[in-house]
Design a protein around this ligand. Structure first.
Ligand code: AGP
Length: 587
């Protein structure tokens, strides 16, 4: 969603905040702003567009204390006026989350004579802080939060205090100590700066000066929260020699598989396996790509454990939860570990008695703090909004979880597959051609059966996300029950044929499309399919032959590349799709 950064130290704040915002920009990139504080005066710069736009303002932002924000609009268009920080009276505020009762609060404040300068829900926070301020900024923040409904991470400056205040409820914020005292929406923004970090509890308040961080609980009792060493060095996160994060991250698919294997081999999974073996049901929940990996998880875990396994879209499951008991296992899948719907659905399942496993790429995220067990997806920082390597890592997790015993790195079948994935990710022979067919088409259907249909669902999401081409992922057998009506020469069907047991059936779908004049591209691991369809369809990409249940690593990587090239042909930046944000911390 949005990204927050705050700094109090002895160096100029503006460059610190600017660099932090650049690292947070993947969370939201429609507008950005910074306020600094110097000797009781606030200096603010806000602009629509990317963080880079603020560079020209840096020299005008004085002081060694400040707050910054990169926005993904929820209330009000992406304009400079709606960009954060919001300044009112003595306060300047940045907010991540949603204030659900903002219109009542706004009406109340307007009746009391307040004038608003934005359309956002967040601006009420600055006004309330000024109303409740009576010499103690933390108490003003406590009183303000007591009026809010929704979720928030807030950082604020007050002209009468040489530092900043922070709180969180339902949205992430991390405190960091190092070359100054920091607060940020995620750890990437702290990397290279903070040496230690701490995750405040929900409802905690922090008073941060250039020399000290003081933390209070929700009743304003001073508390000690642990600060851990910040081990990961994300400061190296860049695109390497790739033009975009998306390509770089697809090329890290193989590494993710290997790292996830290694992490599993050092985990004690006995409790988890016992739970799974004795479970009366296993429910998997997630959103978007994480949900799509759960679809593959249903197939893999369903073949390994003797109980029903089902996948649920978290935004539905939280309002219509799958029934669970004390014998059930719920696996919440989330790259970021911060997705509001997934956290809420997971919480509901746990409260109903289920054993909760968090499968996540971010070890210190919110989902890990409510889970009984954390399964690590070792993808490393994923910056591109479109999930690629984290999806592959989630698939690897499901494979490892469905393996009978804890696999060692050496004999892990995934290790061998990862080498083939590596080759595919570096191959640019086929993907651009198929991508060109996509952008020349009115719509693109991804079709498959068995293992291939899960790949089709995710490949379709990837294509629409970065190329904005209409697309759907569909079971090939359903074609004749309706979708075939849409097929003509302006529609491309990408048929995935890697599930050997169902290959002939999928080939029938190709024949049905061809006989209606539709365009077809085929992605297959099966040489006979390649031989039968070469020259008869627009394109065939023959991948290395592997067992069906492992083929999704290869076909997904291939189709991620197709989506990447389609974005480029369509003239879009694949790393920052319009209207989207990486981490969806609002409902
Ligand atoms: C993936 O490409 C998407 N950007 C999106 O669907 C994402 O997978 C979804 O929002 C869930 O995020 P999470 O894995 O961080 O929970």
């Amino acid at each position: 969603m949005c990204g927050i950064i705050a700094y109090a130290g002895h160096a100029p704040a503006a460059p610190e905040l600017f660099e932090g915002l650049r690292k947070l920009e993947y969370r939201g990139y429609d507008s950005a702003g910074i306020t600094t504080l110097d000797r009781g005066r606030l200096y603010t710069a806000k602009r629509a567009g990317t963080v880079e736009g603020l560079r020209v303002d840096l020299n005008n932002l004085c002081g060694t204390v400040g707050i910054g924000h990169t926005r993904w609009a929820t209330h009000g268009a992406a304009t400079a006026a709606n960009a954060h920080p919001h300044v009112y009276g003595r306060f300047s505020v940045v907010h991540n989350g949603i204030i659900e009762n903002y219109s009542e609060l706004r009406s109340e404040l307007i009746s009391a004579g307040h004038a608003f300068s934005s359309e956002t829900d967040s601006e009420v926070i600055a006004h309330l802080l000024d109303v409740y301020y009576d010499g103690d900024p933390v108490d003003a923040l406590r009183l303000t939060c007591a009026r809010l409904k929704g979720c928030w991470a807030i950082a604020a400056l007050c002209t009468e205090f040489d530092g900043y205040i922070v709180t969180r409820r339902g949205s992430p914020v991390i405190l960091g100590r190092g070359k100054g005292n920091y607060a940020a929406s995620d750890i990437y923004a702290l990397s290279g700066r903070a040496e230690k970090y701490s995750i405040p509890e929900e409802g905690d308040f922090a008073l941060v000066t250039p020399d000290k961080i003081t933390i209070f609980d929700e009743h304003l009792n001073e508390v000690v929260r642990p600060f851990d060493i910040l081990k990961s060095n994300f400061s190296e996160v860049g695109t390497d020699d790739c033009p975009h994060y998306m390509l770089k991250e697809i090329r890290e698919n193989a590494r993710t598989m290997r790292a996830t294997c290694r992490a599993f081999s050092s985990l004690d999974l006995s409790a988890v396996r016992t739970r799974l073996k004795c479970a009366d049901k296993i429910v998997l929940i997630g959103c978007g790509t994480a949900y799509n990996s759960a679809l593959a998880g249903v197939r893999l875990l369903g073949g390994a454990y003797d109980c029903p396994v089902s996948a649920h879209i978290a935004s539905e499951a939280r309002y219509n939860p799958p029934r669970v008991t004390g014998r059930s296992v719920c696996i919440a899948v989330s790259q970021s570990g911060e997705t509001a719907d997934t956290i809420m659905a997971a919480r509901i399942a746990r409260e109903a008695g289920a054993y909760l496993i968090a499968m996540t790429n971010v070890g210190y995220s919110a989902i890990t703090r409510i889970a009984d067990f954390v399964l690590p997806v070792c993808a490393g920082a994923e910056i591109c909004v479109a999930a690629t390597k984290s999806y592959i890592g989630q698939l690897a997790c499901f494979h490892l979880l469905s393996a009978g015993t804890s696999p060692s790195v050496r004999d892990c079948a995934l290790e061998n597959i990862s080498k083939k994935v590596e080759e595919i990710a570096l191959d640019d022979t086929y993907a651009p051609g198929i991508a060109k067919l996509c952008v020349q088409s009115r719509a693109v259907f991804f079709l498959g059966r068995g293992y291939d249909v899960d790949v089709a669902t995710e490949a379709s999401l990837k294509l629409k996300e970065v190329s904005y081409i209409f697309s759907d992922g569909y079971p090939a057998g359903e074609l004749k029950h309706g979708t075939l009506a849409l097929v003509d020469e302006s529609v491309l069907s990408i048929v995935i044929i890697c599930d050997g047991a169902l290959a002939e059936k999928s080939k029938n779908a190709v024949e049905q499309i061809l006989s209606r004049g539709g365009k077809v591209a085929v992605v297959t691991t099966l040489p006979p399919i390649y031989a039968a369809l070469s020259g008869r369809v627009q394109a065939v990409w023959l991948l290395p032959e592997v067992p069906s249940h492992l083929s999704h690593f290869l076909s997904s990587t291939a189709l991620q590349l197709v989506a990447y090239h389609a974005a480029l042909f369509a003239g879009h930046n694949p790393d920052k799709p319009r209207n989207l944000a990486k981490s969806v911390t609002v409902e």
